[in-house]
Design a protein around this ligand. Sequence first.
Ligand code: AHR
Length: 501
Amino acid sequence: MGNFKAKLTLDKEFKVSEVDKRIFGSFIEHLGRAVYEGIYEPEHPTADDQGFRQDVIELVKELQVPLIRYPGGNFVSGYNWEDGVGPFEQRPRRLDLAWLTTETNQLGTNEFVDWAKKVNAEVNMAVNLGTRGIDAARNLVEYCNHPSGSYWSDLRISHGYKEPHNIKTWCLGNEMDGPWQIGQKTAVEYGRLATEAAKVMKWVDPSIELVACGSSFRKMPTFAEWEATVLDHTYDHVEYISLHQYYGNHDDDLGNYLAQSLEMDDFIRSVIATCDYIKAKKQSKKIMNLSFDEWNVWFHSNDADKKVQPWSVAPHLLEDIYTFEDALLVGSMLITLLNHSDRVKIACLAQLVNVIAPIMTEKGGKAWKQTIFYPYLHASLYGRGTVLSPAILSPKYDSKDFTDVPYVDAAVVMDENQERLTLFVVNKNQDDSILLETVITGFEGYRVMEHLVLENQDIKATNKENNDQVKPHNQGNAAIEDGALYATLPKLSWNVIRLGI
Ligand code: AHR
């Protein structure tokens, strides 16, 4: 046993930024069982009058997800949105070439907007810039957001939706740099198309905000040239550039796996630098923000997915069963996002139900919480307010791909209105607990309300068989002594220390 200590120094005046609550967003794609058997299952005992599973609605509401990206993902690059509106019996069954499945179109734009309302989320709508282009994109904006008196808005009304959906945030395609994408484009091709789509979409509704596609992941060979070229074209027309990143413990090397939040941090910094380079080049006053609209752990299901028969409806795809160690990395990724809240304004845990998701469902049966549900829940519930910048002194380790990895990751959020201060802290040490000392300035009278801990003796534990195998307890020992906060961070643990008046 070592004798590990870490120190945080916090001051109320050292602010990073207000948190945009949309960084606790998520994602539902027409993929596998995310929609069908996930959020929508008319035969399920809990189904409401629209066929939505109310057990799933309750879990999504518990997470307080503020924004949900839809309908893809790779799916959107071959999607005809018109297939998913109007009379159900007239909706076509289509081959989805993104996932080699059959799409029945029994759930489409209007039903998804209805569902999003039921879970108190706003929709982040993606348009197809793979097989389609500016015409389909502007028509969809008109269908969703124009009040009435035009072909597409009146069609919406004829479908039973008198009021416009007023969808505010729109994605201009998905991962257009990837060879797997239907309708892959070069950066110049995409930059031109995204600009022209953005222009007409905003002419239809000037109040919308747009996300341009960044690279599909950090190690794409065209990163960050892709971002620079795309932004060179789109800078004046969009508000955000997207980032996507998934990690996996492919080599079963826990230290190296948990260190990957450092790569996420570097990825965000590199995209910010690229945005600011284009800002400088254009002598622009506009600050480009980031939408990290796909992030998670994704690797457990890779082999199983290869065995799925093509053209089935709602097959079991991307059904990663998450372990305890995955929850730790998800926690560190959340901490990374919070610490970049000055530029990351949107982020979507990909995805929400059944497909690389915190919530799983059984057909006709129960819905249950994966291990990663908990850090996401805690961050969404307690991570709203203003992020502070703590000075962190932590012992460090080296791993296969990283050097100087701090054992302790931390983000701190204050909510002045509620008089709350929350510390999110991960201990990545595999053998030892760490004694954390936090020196706090500006929060006189605050006391420890709760110290939640997610820990487990079995790093490979999941919630699949026993749905309560991995869940947090509130027996952490955080306490204030002589004006400083002391807490033991158990080895390999996610900690949420909540202070208040
Ligand atoms: O989230 C699963 C897939 O990952 C999405 O469809 C795609 O955008 C990404 O490659």
